[in-house]
Every structure is written in C-alpha cells, then in structure tokens.
Ligand binder design. Sequence first.
Ligand code: NAD
Ligand code: IMJ
Length: 256
Amino acid sequence: MSQLLKGKNILIMGVRNKWSIAWGIAQAAKAQGANLIFTYLGDREKESLQKLTSGMGEIDAYKCDVSSDEDLDILFSMIKSKYGVLHGLVHAIAFAKSEDLQDTFVNTSKDGFILAMDISVYSFIAAVKRAQALMSEGGSILTLTYRGSVKVSPGYNIMGVAKAALEASVRYASHELGGKNIRINAISAGPIKTMSAKGIKNFSDILALVEEKAPLKRNVTLEDLGKTAVYLLSDLSSGMTGEILHIDAGYNIMGV
Ligand code: NAD
Ligand code: IMJ
C-alpha cells in the first residue's frame, strides 16, 4: 500500500457524522499514513467523532466553533505546541439559516447574510491565516464548494453567494501563500446525501437528475472525494494551486 501522506500532520475541520464529506476525506488520508487532527463543533459532534475514530488509535480532537476567534486561537496554539508543523488543512464547513435556504433569495436578511458569510467563508480565511503560520515546510489547504456558486441552484440562495466568495478567497489566498509553497484548492463536489443536504426540498430528484445526465451516469461518493483530497494534500498535485476541481461525475460540463 502506498503512503502518500506519511508523516504529514493534517487538520480536518467539519466531521459531524459518518456521512460527512470531511469523514470521507479523513478515512482516505488515514489510509495514506497521515497523522490526523480533528475539530468538532459541539458535544454532539464530539461524541460522534469519538465513535468514528475509536479504531484509529490515538487521535487528537479539539472543539472549534469557527465563529469564535478564541476557539480558533486556542486550536492553532495547541497544534503548534504539540506538533510544531502543520502540512495540511481540510475545511469542510458551511452554514446558513434554514429559512434563508427556503425563502426566496431576495428576501435574505442582513443577519442571515452575515451568518452564512461568517461560517462558510470568513472561517476559511481565519483558518488559513493561522494554519499558514505553522506550515513551515510548505503545505496544502483545501475546502469544499458547490456549483451553486456559478449557476443558479434554486433554494441554494445565500449559500451560492457564499461559495462564490469562498472560491475567490481560494484564489486570493493562493496568490499570497504560493511563495511559501503553500497550495490552496477547492473541490466542487456533486450533491451528496449528508446532514447538510437533509431536509433540502427535492434532493432525491436532484440526485436522480445527476445520475441520468452526468457523463459517468452516477452520483459521486465519499470515496471519490477522499481520493481527490489525497491527491490535493499530497505531493502528486505539487504544480497546482488556486484551482477549483469538479468532482461531480462530469455533470458540470453538460449543456442542454
Ligand atoms: P456536514 O453537515 O456533514 O458538514 C458540515 C460541517 O460544518 C459539520 O461538521 C458542522 O458541524 C460544521 N459546522 C457548521 N457550523 C459550524 C461552526 N460554527 N463551527 C464549526 N463547524 C461548523 O455536510 P457536508 O455535506 O459534509 O458539508 C461539508 C462541506 O461540503 C460544506 O462546505 C458543504 O457546503 C460542502 N458541499 C456539500 C455538498 C453536498 O451535497 N453535501 C456538495 C458540495 C459541497
Ligand atoms: C443546500 C440547499 C439548497 C440546495 C442544495 C443544498 N443543493 C445541494 C445542497 C442542491 C447539493 C447541499 N450543499 C451543497 C450545501 O452546501 C449545504 C449547505 C447548508 C445546508 C444547510 C441545511 C440545514 C441548515 N443550514 C444549512 N446551511 C448550509 O439549517
């Protein structure tokens, strides 16, 4: 078995349960020999993470609500004192008020806008700022986005605007950190049934449509995303930064 991530300290932010994209990425990275460090949002997520990682040996996990600068500061100072160096960061976090994903886009409230941008975009910038200070041997940072950033996906609303800002943030941060050999990319994932897709109107119709129209005639899996994340986190992608990779069974290339 190859060990593409052997000896690399990789921070994974965004595991909520076994369906989380972050968990798919964590499993793939672990299989390639990475030393994983996790963050969780609250007690519920902590318990679920403990169950998931119980077979992985000793694993560090820290509480981090990304809306709290204090949580972020404590997290990265703990990582600095325990590990010294960070090689990878996976940001798989998004949140908007459920009413803003149900009402019409033009009814987005100011506080709903600020919340979605804070949790789904600023958290990425805040984590990158702290992570890069620990990436003294170079590094790879990745985040998750969705096609709703560039095409209208009814109901995605403020999250589409947030993902557009996230993708632009990937480009601006890549430009600034390239000189330190820190690469930053995003995976634009096809729809996957996670907690963040639960309760979304017509989600099974969307999955069925992708299965019918996508070149690969199927939806993507956590394994598809995990394998791409390993590529991005490893030296295999050494020449790539600032990129948005579509891992969507080819759906995005289709016209009518
Ligand atoms: P998920 O619900 O499993 O993950 C979202 C995570 O965000 C959870 O772990 C949750 O605890 C965390 N989170 C929310 N608010 C937080 C806060 N204040 N502080 C810290 N963490 C917080 O769902 P997922 O689908 O795995 O989502 C991961 C990423 O993938 C998101 O950025 C999402 O937009 C993106 N994405 C999802 C899909 C999809 O169809 N599921 C498609 C493309 C992109
Ligand atoms: C989310 C809303 C509307 C349409 C959607 C989605 N489609 C897909 C998603 C078509 C694929 C899932 N996605 C890509 C997300 O980024 C989801 C983010 C999200 C989901 C929720 C649901 C529960 C809640 N707040 C949320 N905030 C962000 O209260």
